[in-house]
Design a protein around this ligand. Sequence first.
Ligand SMILES: Cc1ncc(COP(=O)(O)OP(=O)(O)O)c(N)n1
Ligand SMILES: Cc1ncsc1CCOP(=O)(O)O
Ligand SMILES: [Mg+2]
Length: 212
Amino acid sequence: MYNKLQYISQGNTVEQQLQNIQQALDAGCDWIQMRFKNQSEKNIFTLAEATKILCEEYLANFIVNDNVPLAQQIVADGVHLGLTDMKIPEARAILGATKIIGATANTFEDVLFQTQNGCDYIGLGPFQFTETKEKLSPILGLEGYTSILNKMKIENIPTPVYAIGGITLENIESLMTTGIHGIAVSGMITKSNQKEKLIQELNQKLYANVIV
Ligand SMILES: Cc1ncc(COP(=O)(O)OP(=O)(O)O)c(N)n1
Ligand SMILES: Cc1ncsc1CCOP(=O)(O)O
Ligand SMILES: [Mg+2]
């Protein structure tokens, strides 16, 4: 089963991105999604190559946001695809059965569509307002998660769900009661001055009810 914490990278330059990714890995993150928007192909490729090496060194999962050909070229562990990105069957045909394909959802209908197309996990959000992404879909709040996760239970859809969007440490306990598997976060980790402590606290909350 997948780890419960995914770090989504941020930064306006290759150097900033790499610094943020390195710090997240040093602090104990073991799943990185490289998200580098509005950049030249060269910059994106340079960052992807460096991130791949770093993630190998730290034994971390490495997935690429949006870009299936890049994920294939650098042999990443997978991709995350939104509703307007490449469709999952096409991505699956390119990447094969063993790669992770995450998919975005904002409604139960999106969950049905993405799971029927064979995604490996759902990124469900936004939970609340965030400055990290422009043109946000409607905010779900705790009520939205409760309703969508309940419908997933009723329909026996076992795909793991990651909550995303403006999540803070204080939100985790209540979010976990809805039945989500984990969280995908960017700002909370990037902006923290005590990343190692934060990641320990996040993992404590995320794994609180896991019996080993
Ligand atoms: C884990 C996770 N969930 C959702 C998203 C959002 O993807 P998308 O809707 O394609 O938006 P962009 O990230 O491409 O702006 C995500 N990246 N990761
Ligand atoms: C990529 C994305 N998709 C929906 S919200 C979001 C941004 C998540 O970042 P943050 O944790 O900083 O809100
Ligand atoms: Mg996308």
